[in-house]
Design a binder for this molecule. Structure first.
Ligand code: FES
Length: 110
């Protein structure tokens, strides 16, 4: 079934208003972002030393990709891919995410 693995995690309006938020889902801390009406979902714990990714600053890379900078030591990840912008490795896990009927849904199995 197309819908069975999508999990409702937040209100889309709430995420848009806040820009970023953290949710806990099946023991995973997930960082959600809304940038220019596009939702993103990444592992909420930084791949470096576990910093709180949802509290990071949003900006744009020189490749014009939205990215988040970890507040602890400044590692920066592309929101769409989890690629660390200095070494270009996909260090931060990302999750499929969509907005549906005013809700943000993600998949843990994607
Ligand atoms: S914990 Fe995120 S940069 Fe160190």
């Amino acid at each position: 079934m197309e819908n069975e693995n999508w999990i409702d995690v937040a209100s889309a309006a709430d995420l848009k208003a806040r820009g970023a938020m953290e949710v806990v889902l099946e023991g995973n801390i997930i960082a959600l972002f809304n940038v220019q009406d596009v939702p993103y979902a990444l592992d909420g714990l930084c791949a470096h030393q576990g910093g709180p990714i949802a509290k990071g600053q949003i900006s744009e890379t020189d490749r014009k990709q939205p990215c988040v900078t970890c507040p602890w030591h400044g590692w920066q990840y592309e929101l769409a891919t989890g690629i660390q912008t200095v070494n270009r490795q996909p260090l931060q896990r990302t999750f499929p995410v969509r907005e549906r009927d005013g809700r943000i849904e993600i998949r843990l199995d994607g």
